[in-house]
Design a protein around this ligand. Structure first.
Ligand code: PXP
Length: 228
């Protein structure tokens, strides 16, 4: 199973102070050094974290790039120019804190999917573990889906993980390839790993939060040393 690390949260930290650092590209290099199989970033319409320059620079790294985006004309144009390895289409609401739910798939998405796939860019549709949405993803001709694990990560329990398992099983049967992500952390990852057929997990927040806590002591020690 591949690990894609989402570096949006590094850019969020940068934007909180409107500074030039921390740099999500430098963070991405560290992720790769740590064993990430690819980098994920979400270019939002309002550019609240990752910006166009970040995206360009991330593309130059020697790793897989999965660009999350809304299916708008503006984003389609950017994706066709940048040519990430994969585009994950996500729903986007201006005022949400993070991507709240999966896409509601309709035939309107077909044009975007076709244009990207025609240029050799894999398209993944971020959907809830809902059998109807899985079927619709296949009808639309996407090669991948990403199952939204956010609900499972908040509620845990057998019911939510069973829903994911059933959706993955259905997707495999109809020939889709499957990623999963959102809210996955060091404690809740176990049951997801037991589901056969998931190719890639996309994880951001829990890794960045963990990085703060494994790094904060050293950061203080270095400042203490500088003061001495
Ligand atoms: N997958 C998708 C489609 C997302 O939108 C996000 C959040 O940006 C993630 C995965 C990663 O979620 P988290 O940051 O909670 O690990």
């Amino acid at each position: 199973m591949r690990l894609g690390v989402n570096v949006d949260h590094i850019a969020t930290l940068r934007q909180a102070r409107l500074e030039a650092f921390p740099d999500p590209v430098e963070a991405a290099k560290e992720c790769i050094a740590g064993g990430a199989d690819g980098i994920v970033c979400h270019l939002r319409e309002d550019r609240r974290h990752i910006n166009d320059r970040d995206l360009k620079r991330l593309r130059q790294l020697p790793t897989r790039l999965d660009m999350e985006m809304a299916a708008t004309d503006e984003m389609l144009k950017i994706a066709l120019k940048i040519k990430p390895d994969m585009v994950t289409l996500v729903p986007e609401k201006r005022r949400e804190v993070t991507t709240e739910g999966g896409l509601h798939l309709t035939s309107k998405l077909k044009k975007t999917i076709d244009k990207l796939q025609d240029k050799g860019i894999d398209v993944s549709l971020f959907i809830d573990p809902d059998l109807k949405q899985v079927e619709e993803a296949a009808v639309l001709g996407a090669r991948f889906i990403e199952i939204h694990t956010g609900r499972y990560s908040r509620r845990l329990g057998d019911r939510e993980i069973r829903k994911i398992g059933t959706a993955v099983q259905k997707a495999r049967l109809i020939g889709l390839r499957i990623n999963a992500g959102h809210g996955i952390d060091y404690n809740n990852i176990g049951p997801i790993l037991k589901i056969p057929g998931i190719e890639e997990l996309n994880i951001g927040f829990s890794i960045i939060v963990r990085a703060v806590f494994v790094g904060i002591r050293q950061a203080v020690e270095e400042m203490r040393e500088a003061i001495r």
